[in-house]
Design a protein around this ligand. Structure first.
Ligand SMILES: [Zn+2]
Ligand SMILES: [Zn+2]
Length: 223
């Protein structure tokens, strides 16, 4: 304990060393009567004595002011915001990784979107692939489910053992934007099927290396 002098009445009293600079009066009464403090208030966080305009007005406190000064409050808000931002960032990364491993429709959606972006180069310009091809992810899923080869399951696209194949190869078509008839034909539902990875590779080797590689699905954590 340390002995200090009350700023109002001059009486000495004892405080803990940690309260130095925070407590300056022997009693609440003396604090209220401190002329210097009449239009000021000390922040309960940083201990600074500041003008009352440095404190936010509140209805739920005795003096109608926040106990922390505005500077301390905004500092805290910044910290909370930064913490939350980091949290959502980590969560969405984890969430994506989880869905990429467990949800075939998520994998399909990502892969088709990427493949179409690649095919159109800059001409996708932020539009969702469903808008461009004229059918929905659900339409695609029900089409592909009908083409699952014997001995395979639809979920094999998660491991990359099944791949989406263009029955008439992509390279046969020639288009620069999604309005082109060749784009519609290339990405038409009835031109898409699931094919085992091995067979797909074989198909490409037979067709020749000048063709574009087929659409890869699953087994890819970097996208
Ligand atoms: Zn006093
Ligand atoms: Zn403060």
């Amino acid at each position: 304990m340390i002995e200090i002098k009350c700023k109002t009445c001059g009486k000495t009293f004892f405080i803990y060393p940690s309260r130095i600079g925070k407590r300056r009066h022997c009693s609440l009464e003396c604090k209220r009567n401190d002329k210097v403090l009449v239009n000021k208030k000390s922040c309960s966080h940083c201990g600074q004595v500041r003008g009352k305009n440095h404190f936010r007005e509140r209805t739920d406190t005795r003096d109608g002011l926040a106990s922390w000064c505005k500077i301390c409050e905004s500092q805290l808000n910044r910290e909370i915001k930064a913490r939350n931002k980091e949290k959502t960032r980590v969560n969405s990364k984890k969430y994506k990784r989880y869905r990429r491993k467990n949800d075939p429709s998520f994998v399909l959606n990502e892969s088709i979107g990427n493949a179409i972006r690649k095919a159109l180069k800059s001409n996708k310009s932020g539009r969702h692939w469903e808008k461009l091809v004229g059918y929905s992810l659900n339409d695609l899923i029900s089409r592909l489910k009908k083409t699952v080869p014997k001995g395979y399951r639809f979920t094999d696209i998660l491991t990359g053992n099944l791949e989406v194949d263009h029955i008439i190869p992509k390279s046969v078509f020639n288009y620069e934007n999604s309005n082109h008839i060749d784009f519609k034909r290339c990405w038409a539902l009835d031109n898409l099927q699931l094919l085992p990875k091995k067979e797909n590779r074989l198909k490409w080797n037979n067709i020749g290396k000048s063709f574009q590689p087929s659409l890869l699905l699953g087994g890819n954590d970097n996208a």
